[in-house]
Design a protein around this ligand. Structure first.
Ligand code: S3P
Length: 666
């Protein structure tokens, strides 16, 4: 396997502090809610999945503030938990659903309906409903007949003790049954074929709960209370694994991954990496709050294929998509077996990984319980379909960061489920400019939001500001234009366009970081010219008025802003998309002047007064249509550009931005 010597070499460097562990974050919130007294939580993962757990607990009456780096949950014990008024929206999170279904089952007299997004609604829930029903809970599947997933209604009841032999190794089921036992005060034993991650056991012990653990089982004694305990959440090994693999695949340098949770039920991927030849060592190992922590140091190496199966699978289940991608760059064949659970994760990860690898030109084969990948050093090119699955986006994101590979990813924003800052950290770890790339939570990218009504000069000003500051420009309007372009292309008459039909085509749109901008791509290609055409210009307002479409575009833009420093322009950028942007500018100009500028740009000559008058009328109509999206943020700085040159407004914004950047550095 000769390396392609003409390719640039990838140097990795710096320190990555991956965000807080997802499993521990969910449990920290739930146990704090059950305890009677305050629990301080530091370093929680503020991702979409964990937000879903927090929102559900608030709906059950828990005094839980907004998630931040350091906050206190004032638990008032189980008796204070009530039925939520509406359904609990578990979004994309299986852990939220299963753990809270267990808790609700043990709360006699209380009930909740659990709902989720399309991916979560497809995931099997009978595996948790069945043992809970055996204990005496009332669980009703409310989907179509025979549907084994959400929506689901759980009614709590006085439960009886349970001894359950699970055919799956699943920490979510184990956790759900322990929570049901704790809430109802009854004894619970769970046996598993192979031990699953044991955070529930460790964290409950630390909270004064007596548990007996064996190699494959756990018993909770009846009638126990959960005490309030402070917790510092370690870095998530599943998130750190993306960077461990990146470092192993690089050509030179080293990455240090700090504060990683090295609980032996979670470190399977690191063992696999070592077996494949990676240079990975753990320094500064220590025990904190019942969990083992360490700094992982990973250096590039020539990797060999391997076999992954048996008891190792639960120890690396979430990392398998990344390991399969890694295997595409290892010498020889890698086989993953005994991993049928991958089919019921956020996507069918066996099929999705194999399909994507093949689409990129990798020799890969799907098997009922896993996959087979043949490694090569061939450059990989193509489009990755994530099915909204965060771990697929990140695994292929790592492959895409390797020199010579040229990948586009349909939904980079879905990383927000577990690692909102992933693209930012990936850029920092691979950027030759950042010699000491300290990333993770300490580094917040700079976001400059430029808003204003149509033809106020947002886009050209933003481009110029971005260039002067040497950061990337994001034109959120280009994403709406890309959707409008696909809709026009489909031939469907604009009156029939719906948010569903728009979003149905959204997976054909992705983006790429270029030197200067975040560039939207249609079917992997730059279509900038067509996106500016008149058919798109005439219809784009209609597309941008659809709330579900706005949400989608906002997700794309937020993901870009989490990745790198950006200047973003568009409607409601400073209000809905980046309410925490460090600088918000609202450009205004009188209608006549806006109409004149637009015509100069379009016609390339001085327009007549009659032409300006006509354009001004069209702008007034457009302003009325856009009125709801065009209010300035309360902390926006308004700049009236009617009588200043563009150079002058850029100068003002750049001065404000430099001050904002200075504040951020401090
Ligand atoms: C988790 C357990 C695992 C894992 C998931 C988180 C948990 O799922 O894949 O990402 O926090 O308990 P299973 O319990 O279904 O194996």
């Amino acid at each position: 396997m000769a390396a392609l010597s003409s390719l640039p070499r990838l140097t990795v460097q710096g320190t990555v502090r991956a965000p807080g562990d997802k499993s521990i974050s969910h449990r920290a919130l739930i146990f704090a809610a059950m305890a009677d007294g305050p629990s301080r939580i530091r370093g929680i993962l503020p991702s979409a999945d964990v937000h879903a757990t927090a929102a559900a607990l608030r709906a059950m009456g828990v005094d839980l503030p907004a998630l931040s780096e350091d906050f206190v949950v004032r638990g008032r014990g189980l008796a204070a938990l009530h039925s939520p008024e509406g359904a609990l929206d578990c979004a994309n999170s299986g852990t939220t659903t299963r753990l809270l279904a267990g808790l609700m089952a043990g709360l006699a007299g209380r009930e909740a309906r659990f709902e989720g997004d399309a991916s979560l609604s497809r995931r099997p829930m009978r595996r948790v409903a069945e043992p809970l029903t055996q204990m005496g809970a009332h669980i009703q599947f409310e989907g179509p007949p025979g549907h084994d997933g959400l929506p689901l209604r759980v009614r709590g009841a006085p439960l009886t003790a349970l001894r359950y032999v699970n055919s799956h190794a699943s920490a979510q089921i184990k956790g759900a049954l322990l929570l049901a036992g704790l809430a109802a005060g009854v004894e619970v034993t769970v046996e598993e074929p192979v031990r699953s991650r044991d955070h529930s056991e460790r964290m409950l012990r630390a909270r004064g709960v007596a548990l007996e653990c064996t190699d494959t089982g756990v018993t909770l004694a009846a009638a126990q209370r959960v005490l309030p305990v402070d917790v510092s959440v370690p870095a998530d090994p599943s998130s750190a694994a993306f960077f461990a693999c990146l470092a192993a695949l690089a050509d030179e340098g080293e990455l240090r991954l700090e504060d990683v949770c090295c609980n032996p039920t979670r470190t399977g991927a690191f063992d696999v990496l070592r077996r494949m030849g990676a240079h990975l060592r753990i320094e500064d190992a220590r025990d904190v709050g019942g969990e083992r922590l360490g700094t992982l140091i990973v250096q590039p190496a020539r990797l060999q294929g391997t076999e992954i199966g048996g008891a190792e699978i639960p120890r690396c289940i979430d990392e398998l998509p990344m390991l399969a991608c890694l295997a595409s760059r290892a010498e020889g064949v890698t086989v993953i077996r005994d991993a049928q659970e991958l089919r019921v994760k956020e996507s069918d990860r066996i099929r999705a990984v194999v399909d994507n690898l093949r689409a990129l030109g990798v020799q890969a084969e799907e098997r009922p319980d896993g996959l087979r990948v043949v490694g090569s050093m061939r450059p990989l090119t193509g489009h990755v379909v994530t099915h909204g699955d965060h771990r697929l986006a990140m695994a292929f994101g790592v492959l895409g960061a390797l020199p010579g590979n040229d990948l586009t990813i349909d939904d980079p924003g879905c990383v927000a489920v577990s690692y909102p800052g992933f693209w930012r950290d990936l850029t920092a770890a691979t950027s030759p400019r950042s010699s000491v790339a300290v990333s993770g939570s300490p580094h917040t990218p700079l976001v400059i939001a430029i808003d204003g009504p149509a033809a106020s000069g947002k886009s050209s000003t933003a481009q110029w500001v971005a260039k002067t500051l040497d950061v990337r420009h994001v034109d959120s309007g280009a994403f709406y234009r890309a959707l409008a372009f696909l809709a026009v292309e489909s031939g469907e008459p604009p009156e029939h366009w719906t948010a569903e039909s728009m979003l149905g085509r959204a997976s054909r749109i992705s983006w790429r970081l270029t030197e200067r901008s975040v560039l939207p791509l249609v079917d992997g290609r730059d279509q900038d010219e067509s996106l500016r055409g008149s058919a798109v210009t005439k219809t784009v307002s209609r597309v941008a008025a659809m709330p579900a479409v706005r949400e989608w575009v906002n997700g794309q833009v937020r993901a870009a802003g989490a990745a790198v420093d950006v200047v973003v322009d568009g409607r409601d950028i400073g209000t809905a998309v980046f309410p925490a942007a460090q600088l918000k500018v609202f450009l205004v100009a009188d209608t006549w002047e806006r109409a004149r500028r637009r015509l100069v740009q379009r016609l390339g000559r001085r327009p007549t007064d009659a032409e300006i008058a006509e354009e001004a009328e069209a702008l007034v109509a457009r302003d009325a249509q856009d009125a709801t999206q065009s209010a300035p943020a309360r902390d926006a700085i308004t700049i009236d550009t009617t009588t200043v040159t563009q150079a002058e407004q850029v100068e003002r914004i750049v001065a404000l931005a430099r001050a904002a950047r200075e504040r951020l550095r401090r």
